[in-house]
Ligand binder design. Structure first.
Ligand code: KIV
Ligand code: ZN
Length: 386
């Protein structure tokens, strides 16, 4: 069955780097950008050029180094931001300017202290100016998640008429429920004139832990680009995690979608970003957490040893993880102990295995995990007794 391509727009270096304490220097940004290109993302959002001379220089350097991916720079709907971004992107083979403005009543009235009509006019002017520099212009309607759909559709329509090629519909505060976000994308797909000339994009934040679910609801309803970050890094509770949406699309062929991401590079990319940003990945993080393919309870271990698929929906090799691991704790059974002993070269018959298991349980009750060093001692002790 032919599947439709979902563009992966990585914003680790822009939205991701907004995390307090995760500042990257230019060299580190270049390393991450190179890795993202190797990973196969379609768009690298390299930064917000007007925000600082350092960010300008980093965006310019990434633009110059990147061969295949589109390189994108963020701007507000402000003339100087757009001119500076265009300048930073001068050497990009595929430059994109990402400009936009808040569209929810909260943003219009409380943040911008203006009117909807003024927001509409500023959006159009920003897209037109960006279009005078680059062909590929993405427009974001900040806080689209809480923007009334009719007004949002008017803004999107005007942005397309002004030349926008991509319409980003951010759930800036991570407020939407998946069915609401999916319905919003469908409403836009069905009601915005000229939508066939533009790509709808999801940009979901994780304040309620729904960023991944919302992004998938978006692409199930017509969006064809997902904005995301490695390890889900980003302000507050973060952004949609790239590794999660990519693997959901891959593991669910029924969605009829695909991405170009080389999934075997997910684990090393996660480790690289975690290291350079000094941001630990939680052990139980989906796809790339240290425990994502670790089994410690006896029932699960017995199943996985007999047939990996009993308790794993992804082959760890597909995401570049070392292998499934059988972690020995006080919840582990004989099968797991025998399996790990065999990997270390000890083939114990039943009586010896039973004795080893009794000693193992005593040890396991005293410590968090029984490691290979403990197992060598245990096996030798049992052999000496036998
Ligand atoms: O979350 C958001 O609304 C954003 C925009 C600036 C695209 O990051
Ligand atoms: Zn964001």
């Amino acid at each position: 069955m032919a599947t439709q391509k979902i563009q992966i727009f990585d914003t680790t270096l822009r939205d991701g780097e907004q995390v307090p304490g995760c500042k990257l220097n230019q060299q580190e940004k270049l390393v991450i950008a190179r890795q993202l290109e190797a990973l196969g993302v379609d768009v690298i959002e390299a930064g917000f050029p007007v925000s600082s001379p350092g960010d300008f220089a980093a965006v310019a350097a990434i633009a110059a180094q990147t061969k295949d991916a589109t390189v994108c720079g963020l701007t507000r709907a402000v003339e100087n931001d757009i001119r500076v971004a265009a300048d930073a992107l001068r050497q990009a083979r595929r430059p994109r300017i990402h400009t936009g403005i808040g569209t929810s009543d909260l943003h219009v009235q409380q943040k911008l202290r203006t009117t909807r009509e003024d927001v509409l006019a500023r959006a159009v002017a920003a897209v037109k100016l960006a279009k005078s520099f680059v062909e590929d212009v993405e427009f974001y309607a900040e806080d689209a998640g809480r923007t009334d759909n009719e007004f949002l559709a008017r803004v999107c329509e005007a942005a397309i008429a002004a030349g926008a090629t991509v319409l980003n519909i951010p759930d800036t505060t991570g407020y939407c429920l998946p069915h609401e976000y999916g319905a919003k994308i469908k409403y836009l797909a069905d009601n915005v004139r000229g939508i066939e000339r533009a790509t709808l994009s999801t940009h979901c934040h994780n304040d309620l832990g729904l960023a991944t679910a919302n992004s998938i609801a978006g692409v199930s309803n017509g969006a064809r680009q997902i904005e995301c970050t490695i390890n889900g890094v980003g302000e507050r509770a973060g952004n949609t995690a790239l590794e999660e949406v990519v693997m959901i699309v891959r593991q669910h062929p029924g969605l009829g979608l695909h991405t170009n991401v080389r999934t075997q590079l997910l684990t090393e990319t996660s480790a690289l970003v975690s290291h350079l940003m000094s941001m630990t990945v939680q052990a139980n993080k989906a796809i790339v957490g240290a425990n994502a393919f670790a089994h410690s309870s006896g029932i699960h271990q017995d199943g996985v040893i007999k047939c990996r698929e009993t308790y794993e929906i992804i082959d760890p090799k597909e995401v570049g993880a070392v292998d499934s691991s059988i972690v020995l704790t006080a919840r582990s059974g004989r099968a797991a102990l025998a399996y790990r002993l065999q990997k270390l070269g000890y083939h114990l018959e039943r009586p010896a295995l039973n004795a080893a298991y009794a000693s193992f349980l005593q040890l396991a009750d005293r410590q968090r995990e029984v490691i290979d060093d403990d197992l060598h001692l245990l096996a030798i002790e049992v052999r000496n007794v036998a």
